[in-house]
Structures are given as C-alpha cells and as structure tokens.
Design a protein. Structure first.
Length: 121
C-alpha cells in the first residue's frame, strides 16, 4: 500500500476531513506502536509499511513501553491535540473503525507488558 492510499483509507474509516488530519493520525498511531513493540518487531513491521512512515515506527530506541489500550488511546488523543480526550480525537475514539477495524477493549490477560507476552523469533 502506498502512503496516499493509507491516508485515504484512514480518512474513510475515521471520517477525518483532510489528508493532513489523516497524516497526523497515522504518524501518532505508528509512533505509539513503535514505543509499544519490542526487539526487532518495529523494524520487521516498518519493512511492510510505506516509506513515509517507516522511520517513525523505528524512531524509539529504548525498551518497549507497557501500556494498555486505554493509555494508547489517551496518548493518541494527546498527540492529535493537547488536552483532548479519546472521545474528541477521531482516531482515538474507542469503537471507531481504524485502519484495521474497530478498536476493542482487550481481555485482562492481554494487558500484560509486551516484553512478557512476545518473543523475538
């Protein structure tokens, strides 16, 4: 998928009105995902994404950060605009259809830190 196709898909599924809003949502989501993943996972995923977002995914060089879906959505809302709540940020609204489908609340077992639940193969 090319970056313009990704922006169009995000705009369609989140009801964002401009390509700039979609780009902001994509960048915030990818950056947070890069902070959440461990080991070589960001680089492996980056290789499958459009070039415009690859660097954003691998920017974080520290250990994976452990945060649940609620924290992810709040961080994304903050990225989209200081002081926003997830309900005010189109890509952070629980239940909104994002690029891969609706955001669902995880089962408690899935809220363990990523380092404890994933292994590099």
């Amino acid at each position: 998928m090319h970056y313009d196709e990704l922006c169009a898909a995000v705009r369609t599924r989140t009801d964002l009105s401009t390509a700039n809003e979609a780009s902001t949502a994509i960048t915030g989501t990818i950056e947070l995902l890069g902070r959440r993943l461990a080991g070589g996972e960001p680089a492996n995923l980056a290789a499958q994404l459009p070039g415009e977002v690859q660097e954003t995914l691998v920017r974080h060089t520290g250990p994976a950060e452990a945060f649940d879906v609620d924290e992810f959505l709040q961080r994304l809302a903050d990225y989209e605009g200081p002081g926003r709540t997830p309900e005010q940020a189109p890509c952070a609204r629980p239940g909104s259809a994002g690029p891969v489908g609706p955001v669902r609340q995880p089962r408690r077992a899935r809220q363990r830190p990523v380092a404890a639940t994933s292994r590099i193969r």
